[in-house]
Design a protein around this ligand. Structure first.
Ligand code: FE2
Length: 247
């Protein structure tokens, strides 16, 4: 499996706080049939993209070398979880922030309630620059839950969606779980990510979570969301055209 959303790099954000902990997450990944992790540290300092990219790439190299030395069969690729706010309109080139150098940009919004229209205008800017925004954990935004038609608007402009395994497993409550499940069954979701921040609390033990997914989520869904589509993203390929069922 491939995890496209993980805060595994040491001391980069609120994720792993040491190389040792990052290696713990590598060990968990190996035990959980995960062979590639795209490191997606939070990105919000729009005035220092180059510094962010340099630090991220150095840390990924360090972690990959350490994992290889210890005999793990898990590799780390680079991306970012890009925080969208009005600075997006004047931001420099974001190519280095995409998932493994693809056109896919993993994006997040504030977790405080906001107007859905803002999500639409920020994403319009990204699409106009040639990126395909992948909206991280839409199930966590209360304003999306209250008016899910924003998902239709974002989809129509070319956005995709990634739900968190923990949300789909019900760890954020039933409402979040139901919405995550709907996003998959209606065809909007392209990948399930762990959004792991450590090896224990917000962890990447994906197999524990797939066991807790709602029963509507089939083995085929899991294969598509945790393997086939993430592999397409990693290989910089197009995702298959899909008919969605609008909200
Ligand atoms: Fe995240």
């Amino acid at each position: 499996m491939i995890d496209i959303h993980c805060h595994i790099l040491p001391n980069m954000d609120d994720g792993s706080d040491s190389l040792e902990e990052s290696l713990n997450m590598i060990r968990v990944a190996q035990k959980n049939d995960t062979n590639v992790i795209i490191a997606t540290p939070h990105f919000y300092k729009y005035d220092s993209i180059d510094e962010f990219v340099y630090e991220r790439d150095e840390k990924a190299l360090l972690l990959n070398n350490a994992a290889k030395e210890l005999g793990y069969n898990v590799s780390v690729a680079c991306g970012a979880e890009v925080f969208l706010d009005p600075r997006i309109f004047t931001a420099d080139n974001l190519d280095e922030l995409t998932l493994n150098g693809s056109k896919y940009l993993l994006c997040e919004f504030t977790l405080k309630p906001f107007e859905n229209e803002k999500a639409v205008i920020y994403c319009e800017e990204l699409v106009s620059r040639g990126y395909v925004p992948i909206i991280a954990h839409p199930e966590r935004y209360i304003n999306f839950l209250n008016d899910p038609t924003v998902v239709n608007d974002l989809w129509d402009m070319g956005c995709k969606f990634q739900v968190n395994a923990s949300g789909l497993a019900g760890h954020g409550g039933e409402r979040m779980q139901d919405f995550a499940c709907e996003l998959i069954k209606r065809g909007f979701c392209v990948a399930i990510g762990t959004d792991a921040h450590s090896s224990n609390l917000r962890n990447n033990r994906i197999l524990d979570k797939t066991d807790e997914f709602p029963e509507e989520i089939t083995k085929e869904d899991i294969e598509e969301q945790l393997n086939a589509n993430p592999l397409r993203i990693l290989k910089k390929e197009d995702l298959p055209e899909k008919e969605v069922e609008y909200f």
